[in-house]
Design a protein around this ligand. Structure first.
Ligand code: SF4
Ligand code: SF4
Ligand code: FES
Length: 551
């Protein structure tokens, strides 16, 4: 493996990695615009020029591979001078309308200008004007004046989505990104072009002018749009999710996510069920859990455990499903009937989008180990009509592939229908009791994706209204029924017991713990290296002879 020296730091890297990637491994960021780790490298922006010993001129670090014994300087005087010149050139026609640009605060041009240029423009002539706020596709807006022609968006459409809608048109200072005649930027992943655009030339029509990015707090989460489980940054402000952005995970979604999934954040705030309800009237948790407990006991006594249906939701987290399992075993009685519900199947492709629109169907399999005896919710209406089910306790409001109107009509005939959900939808009019549950943005938990990969998500903000995590609702009702076995003080206690009981999740937890340990060790080693380097530099500085020339 080649050994290279970057800014005095020796590093051994894989054969054929670029100087830019080798520098990153040595702990140095080389500024770049057109380079993206998942796309080809056209080396067209020249922002990443570096000095390589014995090379006749500066080389683009994103394009040139390392060779054994290579000595590179990424911050030499010559390199910094070139960077400044590149920035000045890019800014010749740039409108610098940062105050009204959505990218401000996360724009590479803005960051590099402050780091390397920071001078007034020498441009005195009128700047070249191009299209502004042009709707290049149904979800993306293009600003030709801000575009730095890095071609990342074009390469994304060619190399990742495979849809090739974009190209560069015209010449000289009139050049801009356009779609081919008669086409729009309209593919299932079009909003990823906004992510890859290093400046504010492509912006999301959904997010435009909604919130300044420096006001956002970001929480690591998982998209719930389908069973792929794309890793996301859930960006929120004042207890509301403002947008999803893909979070890198080479095993699951790389750097990408689909547009439909990205926009599912809107469901987190629409038609929320925010307070416990009893026959349509608002109630409080204390009295309502007592009523639920009394009613369930009465139903079990009157018709037996087997007349009760507990409907599990493939939208719920593993921890919620685990509590539902304990609730079934220890409270309702093992003879109570179990059903699985979730959103109906939808479109799919051979990249990320899965037909199963539920984030945790595999999680139900992981928690229950065997699904024998658990029925599909599509059969629930028939069982109610046949009179075998008198009571339904349902998580969520979805009926999978089942006929919704038939299911709602059947639920009307139930002696007792308890709904536990984030939204009430059309079931609110039918439910005797409605219990408000938290969305995944308001709690912590685990989803298992289609591939069987267990992935944690974290609480972004406090629950809206009186909603509670599903696992806590089950616990409250169990307590009201006088059963103290379901008594977990914290989610971590639920997880300890769940991991103990569930082989798949236990394995995932061990892997996550090992990965976290490795990351902590790497971070500690990097910090020690940086401190040693700083100490070396300050020792060298004190040894340097003082300049005695009078000023
Ligand atoms: S729109 Fe953005 S990503 Fe596309 S070429 Fe212009 S600057 Fe690059
Ligand atoms: S592919 Fe599925 S999980 Fe990924 S972003 Fe789209 S809907 Fe969400
Ligand atoms: S990042 Fe290397 S030339 Fe653009």
């Amino acid at each position: 493996m080649p050994m290279v020296t970057i800014n005095g730091v020796e590093v051994e890297v894989e054969k054929d990695v670029s100087i830019l990637e080798a520098a990153a491994q040595a702990g140095f960021d080389v500024p770049h615009f057109c380079y993206h780790p998942a796309l080809s490298a056209p080396a067209n922006c020249r922002m990443c020029l570096v000095e390589v010993e014995r090379a006749p001129k500066l080389l683009p670090a994103c394009y040139n591979p390392v060779s054994d014994g290579m000595v590179v300087q990424t911050e030499s005087e010559q390199v910094v001078r070139a960077r400044k010149a590149v920035l000045e050139f890019i800014l010749v026609n740039h409108p610098v309308d940062c105050p009204i640009c959505d990218k401000a605060g996360e724009c590479k041009l803005q960051d590099y200008y402050f780091a390397y240029d920071a001078q007034e423009s020498r441009m005195r002539a009128e700047k070249q004007h191009k299209v502004k706020a042009y709707p290049i596709g149904p979800r993306v807006v293009y600003d030709g004046e801000r575009c730095i022609l890095c071609t990342r968006c074009i390469r994304f459409c060619e190399e990742i989505s495979g849809t090739s809608e974009l190209t560069l048109a015209d010449r000289g200072d009139k050049i801009e990104v356009r779609t081919f005649p008669g086409q729009e930027l309209d593919n299932d992943y079009s909003l990823c072009t906004v992510d890859v655009c290093p400046v504010g030339a492509l912006t999301s029509r959904d997010f435009r002018f909604k919130c300044r990015v420096w006001l956002l707090t970001s929480t690591e989460s998982i998209c719930t749009g389908c069973s792929q489980g794309c890793n996301i940054h859930l960006d929120h402000f004042r207890n509301e999710t403002q947008r999803y952005r893909p979070r890198y995970n080479s095993e699951v979604n790389d750097y990408w996510m689909c547009d439909d999934g990205r926009l599912t954040y809107k469901n987190l705030h629409t038609d929320r069920l925010l307070s416990p309800q009893h026959n349509g009237a608002t109630d409080n948790w204390h009295t309502l859990t007592k009523s639920v407990a009394a009613k369930l006991e009465k139903q079990i006594k009157a018709h037996g455990e087997e007349s009760i249906a507990l409907v599990l939701s493939a939208q719920a987290a593993c921890e919620d499903i685990f509590l539902a399992k304990l609730f079934h075993e220890e409270i309702l009685g093992k003879k109570a009937q179990l059903y699985i519900a979730g959103k109906p199947s939808g479109k799919h492709d051979d990249f990320l989008i899965n037909a199963d629109k539920n984030p945790n169907r595999r999680g139900i399999e992981a928690v229950f180990a065997k699904l024998d005896g658990i029925k599909d919710v599509a059969t629930l209406a028939g069982d109610i009509t046949a009179g075998t089910i008198k009571t339904v306790y349902m998580m969520g409001t979805e009926f999978g592939e089942g006929d919704r109107s038939e299911a709602v009509a059947a639920l009307k005939k139930c002696e007792l229908f308890i709904l536990q959900s984030t939204q009430g939808a059309d079931l609110l009019d039918v439910a005797h009791i409605a219990l408000p549950a938290c969305t995944h943005a308001e709690k912590e938990g685990t989803f298992v994706n289609e591939e069987g990969i267990a992935q944690p998500f974290y609480k972004a903000y406090e629950p809206h209204g009186d909603s509670l995590p599903d696992w806590q609702i089950f616990m409250r009702i169990a307590k009201a029924m006088g059963k103290s076995t379901l008594n977990f003080t914290f989610l971590s206690k639920v997880q300890d017991r769940m991991f103990e009981a569930t082989e798949l999740l236990r394995k995932a937890e061990e892997e996550a713990a090992a990965a976290a340990k490795k990351a902590a060790e790497e971070a500690a080693a990097k910090k020690a290296e940086e401190e040693a380097k700083k100490a070396e530099e300050s020792a060298a500085a004190t040894e340097e002879p003082q300049d005695s020339t009078p000023s």
